[in-house]
Design a protein around this ligand. Structure first.
Ligand code: F6P
Length: 402
């Protein structure tokens, strides 16, 4: 029977563990017996808070180097034991930053092929959030926020000093872990797991994505576009109904735009959920109508007929004077979704967006013609539920208020 070692590679906070979990979960869904062996978890079990100090990672400190090698060796042996018994794929999750460490792995693991997966994340905003998440872990409990951040950044610098990207290893993939994109690969031909892992890495995973639009605003009532209006009484009632509807559902992340109507709609959902992560993303701000911002559709028709005519002729491609088109939205919404999915991993996500934004978000999952995107139905009392895994694709529109 074919078996495989998958060895993660990358600096801290680059998305290795997220990808390791996706690989493992994706393979399990295919009926493959896969398991993760994580050096960080083993380190915390063996050495506890003694190993939180940045100097534990100083490559010149031989005593600590020996301790870190011992952790790596233990997991290498545990992974070997797993494949010796009935395991099929062992995922070694650690930085494995130096060539020396990877050579050790290749020398030790000769019984089955070794596939290295290097994670790259050049998105400064995502890096920053990942680092802050790491420093909020219990192992930094005795540090102040600033101390934890300084210590973790120092730890990263130590890893950077020994980091060598993959090149001379036999089989490997370099992945942009924030964009589901393979940057380079030295394929492992003939393994049944290689195409599956490749597919898992490039698939946009969204195990539970809820896509709601903000509640009704004064502008909606007046038929005005854009702006930064507040919710009406009806809009606030819709927001409360949304929160009530989700009370029994798990939500781990709530993403909003930077607009008040989006925040106001999110507020009741967040009220009793102190552990939910939340982030306002400008990528999810409504289509910018430029010179027409705040105008009523009827006034645009009357005073700027070329705008209405242009939109009627090609609503997807038409760009408001000094504003945006749906076609332009595509890139920024895609980048927002990429960031949201990277941050939330396979947890449950609620995005509270806007009419045009939600149309574009949906279009990233549905196969639809560009010309149809600006006409997708986005009500204010129903949300879309999207769940896309290797095996299952679910799209449903669910009502939550009158
Ligand atoms: O009318 C509400 C709104 O969110 C406006 O702010 C935005 O310009 C519009 O919807 C987008 O929809 P459409 O492209 O159909 O005008």
């Amino acid at each position: 029977m074919q078996k495989l070692y998958v060895v993660m590679v990358g600096l801290p906070a680059r998305g290795k563990s997220t990808l390791a979990r996706r690989i493992c979960q994706g393979l399990k869904e295919e009926g493959v017996r896969a398991r993760i062996f994580n050096n960080g978890e083993l380190r915390r079990t063996l050495y506890g808070s003694d190993s939180t100090d940045a100097d534990f990672y100083d490559p010149r400190d031989l005593e600590h180097k020996r301790m870190r090698e011992q952790i790596a060796m233990r997991n290498i042996k545990r992974a070997q034991g797993w494949l010796d018994s009935d395991g099929a794929v062992a995922v070694l999750d650690a930085t494995n930053a130096s060539r020396e460490r990877r050579q050790l792995i290749e020398t030790m693991l000769t019984d089955h092929p070794v596939l290295f997966v290097e994670c790259v994340n050049e998105d400064a905003m995502l890096q920053d959030i990942c680092i802050r998440r790491k420093t909020a872990l219990p192992e930094f409990a005795s540090y102040t926020q600033e101390e934890a951040l300084a210590s973790f950044l120092k730890r990263i610098r130590y890893y950077e000093s020994i980091y060598v990207p993959l090149s001379s290893e036999k089989y490997w993939l370099r992945v942009d872990s924030t964009a589901n994109r393979i940057l380079e690969e030295h394929a492992l031909e003939g393994s049944p797991f290689y195409p599956a892992i490749r597919q898992i890495l490039v698939d946009v995973p969204a195990s539970n994505l809820y896509l709601a639009r903000h509640g009704q605003t004064e502008f909606n009532v007046q038929g005005r576009i854009g702006g930064d209006p507040l919710l009406t009484d009806k809009g606030r009632a819709q927001a409360n109904a949304l929160a009530e509807h989700f009370r029994s559902k798990r939500i781990d992340w709530v993403f909003t735009s930077t607009r008040r109507r989006s925040h106001e709609t999110a507020a009741p959902v967040l009220r009793d959920r102190p552990n939910v992560h939340t982030l306002a993303m400008p990528e999810f701000d409504e289509l910018w109508a430029g010179d027409c911002e705040g105008m009523r559709y009827c006034d645009i028709r009357e005073t700027m007929p070329h705008v209405s005519e242009g939109r009627n002729a090609d609503k997807y491609g038409y760009c408001y004077p000094n504003g945006e088109s749906y076609a332009m939205l595509n890139e920024r919404v895609k980048s927002g979704l990429r960031r949201a999915l990277f941050l939330a991993g396979d947890s449950s996500i609620l995005i509270i967006g806007h009419q045009a934004i939600n149309r574009v978000l949906l279009s990233l999952f549905l196969r639809c013609r560009e010309a149809d995107i600006p006409y997708i139905f986005i009500p204010q009392n129903e949300y879309y539920h999207i769940s896309v895994t290797l095996r299952r694709k679910v799209f449903e529109r669910i009502p939550y208020s009158q």
